[in-house]
Design a protein around this ligand. Sequence first.
Ligand SMILES: Cc1ncc(COP(=O)(O)O)c(C=O)c1O
Length: 297
Amino acid sequence: MTFDFARFPALDGFPRAGLHHGPTPLVPAPRLGEALGIPRLLLKRDDVHPLGVGGNKLRKLDFHLGAALAEGADTVLTFGAMQTNHGRQTAAACARLGLRCELVLTAAVPRSGEAYEQSGNIPLDLLFGAAVHICATPEETVAKHEQLLAEAAVDGRKVRSIPVGGSDPLGVLGYVDATAELAGQLADLGIDQARIVGPHASGATAAGLALGTALLGSLDLDVACVSHPLDEAVDNLAALVTGAAELMGLDPPKLDHVWMNDTTIGEGYGIPASGTWAALRRVSYWTRSTPGRPRPR
Ligand SMILES: Cc1ncc(COP(=O)(O)O)c(C=O)c1O
């Protein structure tokens, strides 16, 4: 059985910002696969992208910012936790496109101090020219959003607001498109069946993979929930898949090929669990190590 590319609807009707010049690399990881007991392990490197240090949000932003440009917006406003990757990629994409970027960030992680608040993505957000607004509570975030919209109205600026993580039905299309790209790469390698493993946090990545694989067939999907408990994540994924299918003029597909679990959730958002560090060490060792380095536990 091969992938059903004929069933895959064109996404040409949706304006794109031209941020993503795919395909991102699909690289074999034979030693990691052997260590994990997986016969043929391939890593889809969506972290490898020339814009804004890369990451999964750029595919969603291609559609969001395409819509922003098409409707004549000059200001983009989005949300997230203080160290959000989505915020950093939005800031970089807006810098590329000449759009003003406002990041409304909530101090949602029980961490504080200069090292946390002025490192990682925050200096990159600022280097990419975004205005960064840190709010202490969700209520303050709502109030800041309203204030920024009011200020834009006074200035005569047109704002497009993008939800947390870029995860709404339009953002899902980024990973519907990614699934077709991945299936094309698999077909080039002579692979016609595979199990994809992906994350679920704000949801559009997993929802796009779920919808894309439903359309193509021959691909199963394992989703690791890293933010919401299973019942919430299942509802969120189903709602995003349905919304995206409707945008594409399709009936929502069955998702019998999708498995989700939340055993990967740690202590809380932004707090690395001991298993997280162990996994990072293991992947780093088996994909990059030089002989003689001590093996990770
Ligand atoms: C590096 C990375 N991978 C995966 C995810 C999860 O993607 P999504 O928010 O689309 O569920 C995120 C989002 O927070 C992320 O930053």
